[in-house]
Design a protein around this ligand. Structure first.
Ligand code: NDP
Length: 257
């Protein structure tokens, strides 16, 4: 087998939500696999620290502040990427919020903010990236970080689950529409992995008992367990994959009812 198949040498990848959790891990991973990484989020200080870490490990990283709910900010980030690095080849739409709330008390603002951050952002960034890739005559790979909550539901997450189901449908629709341009669009639907998004819950007694009772493997996922799927979709190893959704969840979605 050609192990170079999973290499990202010579590629430039833009990762959203790189100031924490999954995005931070993906940035380190992709830089290690040879990509120049553009790391983006709102917290500039965290991006600077991560860029310095990646550079000191021999990688190449460009920190770019971007708010995924603001199309001006997105365009500016892509302009910077184009001016400094000649554009991107890979986009990881990872930025997102959790924000658990009961449906009955949920304000319209909270619903809209969820849709804007977790769903419309994917539409915005994918359109911006695709238009620029097509103009440059290049193909590309777009990877959307959905969730098993795009396939199942849970209390207090009606807005989150709806947004993530939207991300899954958008992945399939854009996989179809962009295939002729050699732009592949795929998603990963992770199960629960402890990050700042859910730290409080999984360190609580309720969270610990949830893991024992509801998770088939009786444990949370580890960030490292997303590495294989991410590199598969980002690299030439996944060259015939588009519109796919890879579930990485220790069997959570096949849990019996
Ligand atoms: P974290 O809370 O650790 O990280 C979220 C990231 O999103 C941060 O870097 C944050 O950066 C960024 N972000 C949030 N809002 C915006 C915004 N408006 N503009 C730009 N960046 C923003 O969460 P995770 O790492 O756990 O989550 C990453 C993705 O994975 C999310 O899409 C989440 O839904 C998904 N996921 C997570 C699972 C888990 O169990 N952890 C399971 C399934 C899916 P900053 O605040 O600096 O802008």
């Amino acid at each position: 087998m050609n192990t170079e198949l999973f290499s990202l040498k010579g590629k430039t990848a833009l990762i959203t939500g790189a100031s924490s959790g999954l995005g931070q891990h993906f940035a380190r991973l992709m830089a290690g696999a040879g990509a120049t990484v553009i790391i983006s989020a709102r917290r500039a200080d965290r991006l600077q620290t991560l860029a310095a870490e990646i550079e000191s490990a021999g990688g190449k990283a460009l920190p770019v502040v971007m708010d995924v709910t603001d199309s001006t900010s997105i365009k500016a980030a892509f302009d910077t990427a184009e001016a400094q690095l000649g554009g991107i080849d890979i986009l990881v739409n990872n930025a997102g919020i959790g924000d658990p709330r009961d449906f009955l008390d949920m304000s319209e603002e909270a619903w809209d903010f969820m849709m804007d951050t977790n769903l419309k952002s994917v539409w915005r960034l994918t359109q911006e990236a695709s238009q620029r890739l097509i103009k440059a005559g290049k193909g590309g790979s777009i990877i959307n970080i959905a969730s098993i909550l795009g396939l199942r539901v849970a209390p207090k997450l009606s807005h989150y689950a709806t947004a993530k189901a939207g991300v899954i449908q958008l992945t399939k629709a854009l996989g179809l529409e962009l295939a002729r341009h050699n732009i592949r669009v795929n998603a990963i639907a992770p199960g629960y992995i402890q990050t700042e998004m859910n730290d409080q819950f999984f360190t609580s007694e309720q969270g610990k008992s949830y893991i024992k009772q509801k998770m088939p493997m009786r444990r949370l996922g580890q960030l490292e367990e997303l590495e294989g799927p991410l590199l598969l979709l980002a690299s030439e190893a996944g060259s015939f994959m588009t519109g796919s959704v890879i579930t990485v969840d220790g069997g959570q979605v096949v849990n019996p009812l």
